[in-house]
Ligand binder design. Structure first.
Ligand SMILES: NC(=O)c1ccc[n+]([C@@H]2O[C@H](COP(=O)([O-])OP(=O)(O)OC[C@H]3O[C@@H](n4cnc5c(N)ncnc54)[C@H](OP(=O)(O)O)[C@@H]3O)[C@@H](O)[C@H]2O)c1
Length: 338
């Protein structure tokens, strides 16, 4: 009998998730039907978006049902199979859940991967996974960079932001400014990811951030890759160049707000600067992922981009590991080893 530890959503969080919102259960792995295969999940991706999936609110995906395992991308190995193309030993990645075993189906969400191509299978959750593709397509397709652009990246030391800053440099940005929390992350922006300017947002008002950004970009920024929202977006809006493009990737400062969202207050500046703001969703680019994976893998191999992964261990640690995303105590792509 194979036992499957699973991390279930027991109730919808009100604000920041707490232990009572989840249950850890041990269940027997179900018998496979024809066309199915059993995945031993080795790593689960912990993403800020999962917080939104826990709410019963209209989104680009249905909410995680109560009593179901918390939805997450995973990488793992096929350990039993009744499906052609998914032999035992094949590594796969796909949208599964925080659970030790998932049942996959041929033609479903899990795709075979060649883990010999990369230093670690976790790379398929970071630089070559949804995070890397968000940075790649979000920056190139939504922000539409031009050589010489001055670029602002918020949440800059994180998984998506650190890659965006590096892609911006590759694509000819004249200056890349990153906003992150704390002196260590700001040092990493400059020393490891090659940003030109790092601004520490912690403890600063919109006015202070506006002034620091104005000093860094006296003629305004041409692109904002926005991961955070709230005060940080407001300071960015105060520093737009004419015809600036804002790629709205995320609003992490708002995900745990139990009541009303903070919102951006300086949207008037979009009129003043004839600027545009465009929401982006990585799922729209799934049919083009191979294009992004090939180019990102090339940049990795030639040393043009570096990336970091923060791996916590054990399904028992799923909640504290997930909460790192909101306290900023993750140093790179947050992954849970199962
Ligand atoms: N649209 C899409 O398709 C898509 C896909 C993937 C990710 N995203 C979005 O991209 C953003 C980054 O995701 P990620 O996976 O790369 O996570 P991440 O940046 O690796 O981790 C989250 C980081 O956000 C910062 N943060 C958390 N709460 C904050 C707050 N209240 N104010 C300011 N900063 C805060 C923290 O960094 P500091 O220590 O610097 O504060 C934290 O380390 C998220 O908004 C996510 O939802 C969107």
């Amino acid at each position: 009998m194979t036992i499957n530890k699973r991390f279930l959503l027991a109730r919808r969080p009100n604000g920041a998730p707490v232990a009572d919102d989840f249950t850890l259960v041990s269940e027997e792995v179900p018998a496979l039907s024809d066309g199915q295969f059993l995945i031993r999940n080795r790593f689960a991706s912990l993403d800020p978006a999962m917080r939104g999936w826990m709410d019963d609110a209209e989104s680009y995906m249905p909410p995680i049902p109560l009593g179901a395992a918390v939805r997450a991308s995973t990488v793992g190995e096929v350990v039993e199979s009744k499906a052609e193309g998914f032999p035992v030993g094949q590594w796969v990645t796909g949208l599964n859940a925080i659970e030790e075993y998932s049942v996959g189906v041929a033609g479903g969400f899990s795709q075979p991967i060649d883990v010999s191509m990369v230093p670690s299978p976790t790379n398929f959750l970071s630089v070559l996974g949804a995070v890397g593709m968000t940075a790649y397509f979000g920056y190139l397709e939504v922000c539409k960079p031009e050589p010489g652009d001055v670029v602002l990246v918020t949440g800059a030391a994180g998984a998506v932001g650190s890659l965006v800053g590096q892609i911006a440099k590759i694509k000819g940005a004249s200056k890349v400014i990153g906003i992150a929390g704390g002196p260590e992350k700001c040092a990493r922006l400059i020393e490891r990811y090659g940003f030109d300017v790092a601004i520490d947002y912690r403890g600063k008002s919109v006015d202070q951030l506006t002034a620091e950004l104005a000093a860094a970009a006296p003629n305004g920024v041409n692109i904002i890759f926005e991961n955070v929202g709230g005060d940080i977006l407001d300071a960015g809006l105060n520093n737009l160049a004419m015809n600036a493009r804002i790629g709205l990737c995320g609003l992490i400062s708002e995900y745990n707000n139990a009541g009303a969202k903070t919102g951006a207050r300086n949207v008037w500046q979009l009129i003043v600067k004839r600027a545009s703001i465009t929401g982006l969703l990585v799922a729209d680019y799934v049919p083009r992922f191979m294009e992004g994976i090939v180019e990102m893998a090339g940049w990795m191999q030639s040393g043009k981009i570096v990336f970091d992964e923060h791996i916590d261990h054990g399904i028992d640690n799923a909640l504290p590991a997930f909460l790192r995303l909101f306290s900023g105590t993750n140093d790179g792509k947050m992954v849970l080893a199962l």
